[in-house]
Design a protein around this ligand. Structure first.
Ligand SMILES: [Mg+2]
Length: 267
């Protein structure tokens, strides 16, 4: 007899990891951890923008369990748990290299070279298939130059620009074309063989959006931005998958727990 397995693929910051470390939020995390420990048929994946070492640091700070899979660097790296620790999934690396047009992050960096006002972020923020820069001022101003150098190298890259108003500098991420968290979650889905209806994705922000509209069961934690919630409600309705999205009333870990109960994973 086979036992139904569930996959919980969850974002970390703002979802399992509370943005404010209040005593209540930390108690909620502890309660969720206990609930995880009692469900033997749960496969766990953390899906994060963080690099592996920072993701591991984050979960150990909060006492979250070691997952079966880590999806790091906004979906550009997948690590599986082995008895030697976490190892990069080779098939996924191959998929990323193909998506980058046959290049690695290192090759992409070399292709871009030096551009005035563009500065590589710290080494721990770089991934094998993710290159991240700081820009002096708004990042959009650099896109055309960066793009033309990428085109010369035949790199297939998606540019993701954002702006940090506090530090007053731009952030420019270069990812393999077509790759984001949803790409990685689909890979886990194919790889684990867990049915779509038993795959639950939990998240809180814009970089979870695509994964939330793929058709899996979804938990939108209560602290998610109101505009994102409205957008997800409308878009899931348009796609006929609105019943698969659960908008939790509670924030962070408590919201995830609420959603897991809603989907019948936990009592
Ligand atoms: Mg988040």
């Amino acid at each position: 007899m086979s036992i139904t397995r569930y996959l919980l693929a969850s974002d970390l910051d703002g979802t399992l990891i509370p943005l404010e470390r209040s005593a209540q939020h930390l108690r909620d995390v502890a309660e969720l951890v206990t609930a995880f420990a009692t469900s033997a048929n749960l496969v766990l994946a953390y899906v994060t923008g963080r690099h592996l070492s920072l993701a591991q640091e984050g979960i150990s700070e909060l006492g979250l369990p070691s997952p079966d899979w880590f999806v790091c660097d906004v979906g550009t790296s997948v690590y599986r748990k082995t008895n030697r620790g976490y190892e990069p999934d080779e098939a996924y690396r191959e998929a990323m290299r193909n998506a980058f047009g046959g290049l690695s992050g290192r090759d992409v960096r070399a292709a871009i070279g030096a551009i005035e006002g563009l500065e590589l972020q710290e080494e721990q923020k770089q991934g094998e298939f993710k290159v991240s820069y700081y820009t002096a001022g708004r990042p959009e101003a650099f896109e055309a130059t960066v793009q033309s150098r990428l085109d010369e190298a035949k790199a297939k890259v998606k540019l993701v620009s954002s702006y940090d108003p506090v530090a007053k500098r731009g952030l420019l991420d270069l990812l393999p074309a077509g790759v984001a968290k949803d790409f990685a979650v689909r890979y886990l889905h194919d790889h684990t063989g867990i049915d779509e209806e038993h795959l639950i994705y939990a998240g809180d922000s814009g970089n979870d959006r695509a994964a939330m509209l793929t058709g899996y069961r979804v938990i939108v934690v209560g602290n998610a931005d109101a505009a994102l919630k409205r957008d997800l409600a409308a878009e899931s309705m348009a796609r006929g998958i609105d019943e698969r999205l659960y908008f939790a009333t509670h924030p962070y870990a408590r919201g995830v727990l609420e959603g897991l109960r809603h989907f019948g994973l936990l009592k």
